[in-house]
Design a protein around this ligand. Structure first.
Ligand SMILES: [Ca+2]
Ligand SMILES: [Ca+2]
Ligand SMILES: [Ca+2]
Ligand SMILES: [Ca+2]
Length: 346
């Protein structure tokens, strides 16, 4: 009988030892983590111990610079100031949009204007505005250049006010100004006021759409609206129904920036307005922020975003809250808190 009890004790000891060694295996529940601080699927590593995930945020450290929240059933980091969320990490450098090449970067440039034929027939625009962007997603950057003029140009009356140039796989450029649809008016004619343009994918189809600005102050002979154009997916564009991007009859839009100010995933537009009558501070109408719905519709959110300025009076001049003639605007997360900031210069 004593022998049987001893045997049972040994068997039970062996069993419990075996059970302990199973649970202690690396990567398993309650075991140590693998050497790269991971565990088997469904588990996460905490203090070198593998624990069962109860929520999607378990195991998400946000690089120890933020907190994990669950949004649409997925983990997401809300990061501290000076950090931004990249997946489930909080990174400590500014987004690329705020970076410029460092001074010690050895960049060299060669003049290829003639070689690419830009110096010959293609580019006679005495342009002050240039945008380089890939309009047809062929990975070759295309060029929009404009003079910033207040007049219309048509195919029949060329004035070299603007040109859209498609990159031919690095071999040169071809003029697609009149075939692109980007210079059509609301009435469908080819040739509009196109003082400058900026590009971004407004409707999320992967192709860059355009905001074509019409700078038409009191000296302009013709008034075109500033308009949204959707990219058809091949570098041609379709004008969208007119929306008022101004609060006055004239639309002296001097500079524009796309941003997502409220982080709803839909691009918004900040529009900087110059003088309505050049030199007359009283003619300024102030900048406006327009909130986008992702489908091309924008509504004025200037007041809602506390960006409203006032007509020029002695009081508003002193407080600095008067409408000013804006020359340039830009949008960028200056302080790295994840919220895009604005700069408007006058
Ligand atoms: Ca291209
Ligand atoms: Ca698009
Ligand atoms: Ca938005
Ligand atoms: Ca910010």
């Amino acid at each position: 009988m004593k022998t049987l009890i001893l045997m049972l004790f040994v068997v039970s000891l062996l069993y419990s030892c075996g059970s302990d060694s199973e649970s202690a295996k690396q990567g398993q529940k309650n075991g140590k983590c693998f050497t790269d601080n991971t565990c088997e699927e469904g588990l996460y590593c905490s203090n070198n111990k593998c624990l069962v995930k109860k929520t999607e945020c378990d195991g998400v450290t946000c690089s120890n610079h933020g907190v994990c929240i669950i949004e649409n059933a997925l983990p997401k980091c809300e990061c501290e100031n000076y950090y931004y969320a990249d997946g489930i990490e909080c990174k400590d450098s500014p987004k690329d949009i705020c970076l410029t090449p460092s001074a010690n970067q050895q960049l060299t440039f060669a003049d290829v204007t003639e070689e690419t034929e830009l110096g010959k027939s293609l580019l006679k625009v005495t342009g002050s505005n240039i945008v380089v962007t890939d309009l047809d997603n062929d990975n070759w950057p295309d060029i929009f250049v404009s003079k910033g003029d207040k007049n219309r140009e048509t195919p029949e009356t060329p004035k070299n006010l603007y040109r859209l140039l498609k990159n031919i796989k690095g071999l040169g450029f071809t003029d697609v100004t009149w075939t692109s649809g980007l210079f059509k008016t609301q009435s469908g004619e080819n040739g509009r006021v196109a003082s400058f343009s900026i590009f971004a994918d407004i409707n999320g189809d992967g192709f860059k759409d355009a905001f074509v600005a019409s700078y038409t102050d009191s000296s302009a002979n013709v008034v075109d609206s500033s308009d949204i154009f959707f990219n058809n997916g091949d570098g041609t564009f379709t004008i969208q129904p007119n929306q008022k991007f101004t609060t006055s009859f004239r639309d002296p839009v001097a500079s524009v920036a796309f941003l997502d100010y409220n982080k709803d995933g839909y691009l918004d537009i900040y529009v900087g307005h110059h003088y309505s009558t050049y030199g007359d501070l009283g003619s300024c109408i102030g900048d406006n922020l327009f909130e986008g719905d992702g489908f091309g519709l924008f509504v004025d959110a200037t007041v809602k975003a506390n960006l409203k300025t006032q007509p020029t009076t002695t009081q508003t001049l002193v407080s600095g809250k008067n409408h000013k003639p804006t020359w340039g605007v830009t949008a960028c997360d200056i302080d790295g808190d994840g919220w895009t900031d604005l700069m408007s210069t006058s």
